[in-house]
Design a protein around this ligand. Structure first.
Ligand code: PLP
Length: 404
């Protein structure tokens, strides 16, 4: 990404980093204003729907496993471990994936990472040459812009349709011989949509054909930290059985409530092209980006907790507490199938102005512009039920004000 330097003479800050800081400064200012409102009025009098920080505690199995592990007197357990992770932990993840997908995953296909963010970064470092393009479906998690730029790449957006579903025609317009990867996220932050299997099959056919045309496979990077946070009995289709050049990038941040512990992984499909070299490249990336290895203690927890999860039904209850009342008031909202967000249409086209007006009523939201889709706003469901109760009249009031 080209950095426009606005640096004061003699500044020690890199131009590209300064440009990134400036691009994201308006979001930071909104969060700062939220913090100021809480200090002034008390946290209970501010309705904060702006944060994506999972509020549910890890399941009890995690605490029990941690207690067991910290009491383990075996010497050496706190030393460096292999860069790709502990062999037993990688084998555990591989066995889970093999069972879920029917593909022959082995420990060697897994690299343990510092969360999904670490996973996306090592994958992009392994894949991108300077100027290469990574396509993503918009609206999207805006950190992707920075992650692509970290590795000399450029993020290119393909808009989704009115229901935030995949629009192959829009994708076709932006995929070029420079496209190295398509980075997708389902269930999606910020919309909560899940891409159904039929559209993923069509996507796989499209990618296969584009790769053939351009003489090099396009990698599908499936960013899936919300895979297990699904509502109404939904399931999220697995991509590796549909498309051979798939990397699953994920974490336990949301479904085990371990965001602060920085634990996730990359799983390279056993059928991906040059899979061994790609895995070696990601292991090197894990090392040289300074992650070295994903935290060892929390890796050891994973095989001990099996399929334990946070109480996913909680987020569905919060969704239901908000969705119907918001629609009754007149907000237009696509029903999220998972994750923990709602992404309603802003009642006025200028989403930033709407979010500012809501802030004046101590209702904190994030403008859709922050996710590449103006005219919408994001509500996080990672809140307590009483915040929703108290906020409903405020949602009503700001809608009435916006409509003048
Ligand atoms: C879509 C998406 N990808 C990746 C991440 C990063 O997650 P992690 O904490 O596992 O690094 C997030 C976090 O909010 C996210 O929403």
């Amino acid at each position: 990404m080209a950095a426009q330097s606005t640096a004061p003479a003699g500044s020690v800050i890199a131009d590209a980093v300064r440009a990134s800081m400036e691009r994201s400064s308006w979001i930071r200012r909104m969060f700062e204003e939220g913090a100021r409102l809480k200090a002034e009025h008390g946290a209970d009098n501010v309705y904060d729907f702006s944060l994506g920080n999972p509020i549910l505690e890890p399941p009890p199995q995690v605490r029990a496993a941690l207690q067991r592990l910290v009491a383990d007197p075996t010497p050496g357990v706190h030393r460096y471990i292999p860069n790709p992770g502990l062999p037993a932990v990688r084998a555990h993840v591989a066995a889970q994936l093999a069972e879920a997908t029917g593909l022959p995953y082995e420990a060697g296909h897994i690299v343990m990472t510092c969360g999904a963010a670490g996973a996306v970064n090592i994958a992009l470092k392994a894949l991108l040459n300077p100027g290469d393009e990574v396509v993503t479906l918009s609206p999207y998690f805006v950190e992707y812009d920075f992650y692509a730029a970290n590795h000399g790449g450029r993020l290119v957006r393909a808009e989704t349709d009115a229901d935030f579903q995949i629009d192959l025609a829009a994708l076709e317009r932006v995929v070029t011989p420079r496209t190295r990867a398509l980075l997708i996220n389902s269930p999606n932050n910020p919309t909560g949509v899940i891409y159904p299997e039929a559209s993923l099959r069509a996507l796989a056919d499209f990618l296969r054909a584009a790769g053939k045309r351009h003489g090099r496979p396009i990698f599908l990077l499936a960013d899936e930290p919300y895979r297990n946070l699904v509502f109404d009995g939904n399931t999220v289709p697995w991509l590796p059985p549909l498309y051979e050049h798939t990397l699953v990038l994920t974490s336990y941040s949301k479904d085990l409530g371990l965001a602060g512990e920085r634990i996730g992984y990359v799983a390279a499909s056993p059928h991906a092209t040059e899979v061994d070299a790609l895995l070696d490249a990601m292991v090197l990336a894990n090392r040289v980006l300074g992650f070295v290895n994903a935290p060892a203690l929390i890796q050891r927890v994973l095989p001990l907790v099996g399929d334990a999860r946070v109480d996913v039904a909680y987020y569905q209850r919060m969704r239901d507490r908000l969705l119907a009342p918001l629609r009754e008031m007149g907000y237009e909202v696509v029903t999220p199938g998972g994750a923990f967000y709602l992404f309603p249409k802003s009642p006025i086209p200028d989403d930033v102005a709407f979010v500012r007006a809501a802030q004046a009523e101590r209702l904190l939201l994030v403008p859709g512009s922050g996710f590449g889709r103006a005219g919408y706003f994001r509500i996080s469901l990672a809140v307590s039920e009483d915040v929703i109760e108290r906020a409903l009249p405020v949602f009503q009031r700001v809608l009435a004000q916006a409509r003048g």
